[in-house]
Design a protein around this ligand. Structure first.
Ligand code: PLP
Length: 368
């Protein structure tokens, strides 16, 4: 599905040097290297505050904590995402409210949000799934009208540009009140372990997030609030500092690979290629087909028999998973997500994919 080794080998000298510099400095937690990476990412995203942290899940949790939400408050999100998005809502004794997705984009369907808003609703967490922005114009309109916070889950969309009504391009994760991302190795910008970050334009929220990430303290051994321990370590920051310089090249490589899959598959009646929207670029964290006629599992098996990996993101929507059983959903509650979970199949997608590999993959897809 991914080829992290080849990606590393292409920049080995720079990465090894950056890691060695951290070891030589022996400043492993916080310090200059971490701060330098945060500033580099601030510049890339054109946002005043980046707070790095331990992973994307922590980033989501800390974003909710920073907004001061209270137990019982409701947070609207999508059931067609990685568990982390909704897990942190429940962990903080908030209530996740799932809204079904648009079958074309796999992203939360704004037309279904308003009917789920109650007096307890405090925030919306849209996920820019697979590397394409959710419909932020509509989500922002709804959030403004109902005074809701927006936390963007940009864990799969670092580098994706949202295009607003005026035609301005804005990085995903920098549109709402807070944005979060993950540097898990397979993400658009991956480190060599766990890592994550929070983005915001709001100084006060930035200060709160930074405090929360460091045990609720600004001054050592003096605590302002209950926080957590969630920090990006310096070795990861050094690696990310090197790789961020190549992020646009990596995105270009994924876009090119997606264009070739499109070309080879667009006339295939058995699959629907990933559909694009005019308000976003697509960075293809995943290249995800919708497989018709109940053939998804058969296709996955056929690929496996030919040594081709493929993945199902996601095989069971969150509203039907055990941890959320208390919400009372049943089969049919959120029909689009349920149907997609039986149809989607993600193909190998990474920066090192060659046209020959892709042609082989498509040949096998189309072989009887
Ligand atoms: C990866 C991911 C996360 C969590 O990131 P971690 O760094 O693995 O904790 C959250 N949300 C989405 C949509 C993700 O893809």
């Amino acid at each position: 599905m991914v080829d992290l080794k080849s990606q590393y080998l292409a920049i080995k000298k720079e990465v090894d040097e950056a890691i060695q510099n951290v070891i030589d400095s022996s400043v492993f937690i916080q310090g200059k290297t971490v701060r330098e990476f945060e500033i580099q990412l601030q510049e890339y995203l054109q946002i005043p505050y980046v707070i790095s942290c331990g992973n994307g899940t922590d980033a989501l949790q800390m974003a909710l904590m920073a907004l001061g939400l209270q137990p019982g408050d409701e947070v609207i999100t999508t059931p067609f995402t990685f568990i982390a998005t909704a897990e942190v809502i429940s962990l903080l004794h908030l209530t996740p409210v799932f809204v079904d997705v648009d079958p074309k984009t796999f992203n939360i369907d704004p037309a279904l949000i308003e009917e789920k808003i109650t007096t307890k609703t405090k925030a919306i967490i849209p996920v820019h799934l697979f590397g394409q922005a959710a419909n932020m114009q509509e989500i922002q309109r709804i959030a403004n009208q109902h005074s809701l916070f927006i936390i963007e889950d940009a864990c799969q969309s670092l580098g994706t540009q949202y295009i607003d009504q005026q035609g301005n391009t804005i990085q995903t994760g920098t549109i709402g009140d807070i944005g979060v991302t993950s540097f898990f190795p397979t993400k658009n910008l991956g480190c060599f372990g766990d890592g994550g970050a929070i983005f915001t334009k709001n100084k006060e929220l930035a200060e709160r997030c930074r405090m929360i990430a460091n045990h609720g303290s600004v001054k050592k051994y003096h605590y302002e609030l209950i926080g957590v321990n969630s920090r990006l370590d310096a070795i990861q920051a050094a690696i990310l500092g090197v790789k961020l310089k190549y992020l646009d090249d990596y995105i270009k490589a994924r876009e090119n690979a997606a264009a070739l899959y499109d070309l080879l598959l667009q006339d295939d009646p058995g699959v629907i290629i990933p559909q694009r929207v005019d308000y976003s670029t697509h960075t293809f964290h995943q290249y995800t087909l919708t497989v018709m006629d109940g053939q998804r599992d058969r296709l996955k098996e056929k690929l496996a028999m030919n040594g081709i990996p493929s993945m199902i993101y996601y095989p069971k929507p969150l509203h039907l998973q055990k941890p959320f059983a208390h919400l009372g959903h049943t089969l049919g509650s959120l029909p689009v997500s349920e149907k997609l979970s039986e149809q989607v199949l993600s193909l190998p997608m990474h920066t090192e994919l060659t046209p020959e590999q892709q042609t082989f993959i498509v040949e096998k897809i189309q072989e009887e």
